[in-house]
Design a protein around this ligand. Structure first.
Ligand code: GTP
Ligand code: SPV
Ligand code: MN
Length: 580
């Protein structure tokens, strides 16, 4: 279906075509037939490599350009008219200058190539909370990924034509030249322009570019929140369903928590996935916070995935999956570190594996539809979203941050989120080494000034007296030898159980200056194999360490100057004082 020439969608697409000069224009209908044809074409052109069809039905490997394997924060911009609106954490360029630069890059860039027009809907098609966009791209790899990741094609286009408003995303892989690579956002125009990269977060524009950077801006104006959060359904042994949303930085465990399998000792519990990366949160008429997952598929970290860590993910990867930058075994099966079976013959670049080298890129990814997830919750398709009992923040901290702590109240919780920090991972090619502040896991994704973002978060306290409780978790404490102190993965359900108990007014805790922490006896530890000293240390509060931490948080917050909400500073002062 190609819309009427009078429609704003058609006019915008034709304008893009005049600039980029493609050989032909393909309006994607989102059908399986179209997907299969695009895959066949990609296989012919070398963009996809079929994987051992016996073991992995309809699975393919994509090898990206070796310079293009992760998000690049240095080349990601938020272009607001007023620099202050983007805030100190974002790269900024005046919109006119950014447009001039990108017009130059996009001019004629699709000559001799097809241009795919991808209408998509972020969120269930009939949900009032969903938002649509159109991505125009010269990458068939992007088109097939978008079909797995979003509700893409005819139905989305119908909604776009009905509503008249959509996010305009323009993407070209260009020459994949890192010197001519930009990912630019224009929140005031609801538009995105990405050039020179084919990698997920830079190129699948529905995900981080739309559903976080642009959506966070829209959410502030409209009174909701767009967050880097998984959404998980937990059914207790009594059959009660509860929902939690959790923000961890990239490659810090969201997909794994969203697909958790209960350990044997907690066999009565059931865990299902609503979302694994992004949550859009709204208050309903009763003041209950509800969440939808705007996505319809997963773009997940491959290394470390096996039957013990994430059996649901392992299951779903056996069919209809696109792998990006994994290795291959000699019989053409995908291979990655932590797969636990077989041995790699080729590395992610397609070269014979050398001893001591990683075969899969540490940020290698799978793309797969959520429908392939054996634990996908039917509630993920619910138009009104799911009611959220608790919000959880967390980071990768080998030291200091305890296994879990509970905020005293909403305001304390907002500071907990704002003060988050995490060790760097392979998900971004330039986030540096060591620990960095990553407020609410949104450092790379918040489309406006963090001061305004925290003020927006704080404002929820005045709008509802039923807000979820807020927690902070850390699965990644290590001993001197670098071994993890907490077993993690399925065992994390024990922490979620304590959180849910607290929300129901049951579980016990001790009060400390940094929040409420469980004592050993407050956690369900039946059958857990953990060294008692390790457990003590992850449940302890190191007051000296926390005084230093709060000092570092103060320095971090200071860069936001007068725009910073005073309430946050008062909360900081309260905790510092309590630490003595
Ligand atoms: P993005 O897709 O980048 O946003 O990442 P994510 O937050 O979804 O992270 P994911 O669940 O893919 O996990 C990233 C890495 O952390 C994988 O290698 C996991 O094996 C590892 N991991 C996840 N959960 C745990 C845990 O509880 N303990 C430990 N030690 N490692 C974990
Ligand atoms: C992340 O980096 O947080 C991801 C992968 O989820 S990407 O889509 O590249 O952002
Ligand atoms: Mn993510």
């Amino acid at each position: 279906m190609i819309p009427d020439t009078a429609s704003s969608a058609r006019q915008w697409v034709e304008g893009v075509a005049r600039l980029t000069q493609p050989e032909r224009i393909h309006w994607c209908d989102g059908s399986r037939k179209e997907y299969d044809a695009l895959v066949t074409q990609l296989v012919r052109d070398g963009g996809l490599i079929p994987i051992n069809g016996g073991q992995f039905a309809d699975c393919y490997l994509h090898r990206s350009d070796p310079s293009d394997v992760a998000r690049v924060e240095r080349l990601t911009f938020v272009c607001t008219a007023n620099r202050e609106d983007a805030g100190p954490h974002n790269n900024w360029m005046p919109p006119q200058e950014a447009h001039r630069l990108l017009d130059g890059l996009f001019e004629g860039c699709m000559r001799g190539r097809a241009m795919y027009v991808i209408p998509y809907c972020m969120g269930p098609l009939a949900s009032p909370f969903s938002r649509c966009g159109i991505e125009v791209t010269d990458s068939a790899y992007v088109a097939v990924n978008m079909r797995l990741m979003t509700r893409m094609g005819g139905s989305a286009l119908e909604r776009i034509l009905r509503e008249g408003e959509f996010v305009k995303g323009m993407h070209s892989i260009g020459e994949l030249d890192p010197k001519r690579r930009y990912i630019m956002h224009f929140p005031e125009e609801l538009s995105i322009r990405s050039f020179g990269s084919g990698y997920g977060g830079n190129a699948l524009l529905g995900k981080k570019c739309h559903a976080l950077r642009i959506a966070s801006w829209q959410a502030r104006q409209e009174g909701w929140l767009a967050e880097h959060m998984l959404i998980v359904e937990i059914e207790t042994p009594d059959g009660e369903k509860r929902y939690l949303a959790a923000a961890f930085p990239s490659a810090c465990g969201k997909t794994n928590l969203a697909m958790l399998e209960p350990p044997r000792e907690l066999a009565g519990w059931k865990v299902r996935t609503v979302g694994d990366d992004i949550a859009w949160l709204h208050l309903d008429g009763d003041g209950q916070m509800r969440a939808i997952n705007p996505e319809a598929g997963y773009f997940g970290v491959v290394p470390g995935t096996n039957r013990d860590t994430n059996n649901n993910a392992f299951e779903m990867l056996q069919r209809d999956t696109i792998f990006t930058n994994v290795g291959l075994t000699s019989n053409m099966e995908p291979w990655w570190e932590g797969r636990k079976r077989g041995a790699p013959a080729l590395n992610w670049k397609g070269e014979p594996v050398k001893r001591g080298e990683k075969a899969a890129h540490p940020n290698s990814r799978f793309t797969v539809s959520a429908r392939r997830n054996p634990s996908y919750s039917p509630m993920a398709e619910h138009e009104a979203g799911v009611p959220i009992s608790a919000l959880i923040f967390g980071g990768r901290r080998s030291q200091l941050a305890p296994l879990v702590m509970e905020a005293r109240d909403w305001r304390h919780g907002v500071l907990m989120g704002a003060a988050m920090a995490s060790e760097s991972t392979a998900a971004s090619s330039d986030s540096g080494k060591g620990i960095r502040r990553d407020p609410m896991a949104m450092q790379p994704f918040c489309g406006y000034n963090f001061s305004d973002y925290w003020a927006h978060w704080l404002s929820f306290a005045g709008r509802s007296d039923k807000l979820p409780r807020i927690y902070h978790v850390n699965w990644f404490r290590q001993d001197e030898s670098g071994a993890y102190l907490w077993p993690g993965f399925g065992e994390n359900l024990r922490v979620l159980q304590w959180i849910l108990d607290r929300c129901e007014g049951r579980g016990d805790a001790r009060e400390t200056p940094i929040g409420h922490l469980p004592r050993r006896e407050d956690l369900n530890l039946i059958g857990l194999d953990i060294n008692p000293q390790a457990l003590d240390s992850i449940l302890a509060v190191d007051a000296g360490g926390w005084r230093e931490e709060m000092e570092s948080v103060a320095q971090y917050l200071a860069q936001y100057g007068d725009r910073l909400p005073q309430e946050l500073l008062r909360e900081h002062a309260r905790i510092t004082q309590a630490l003595g």
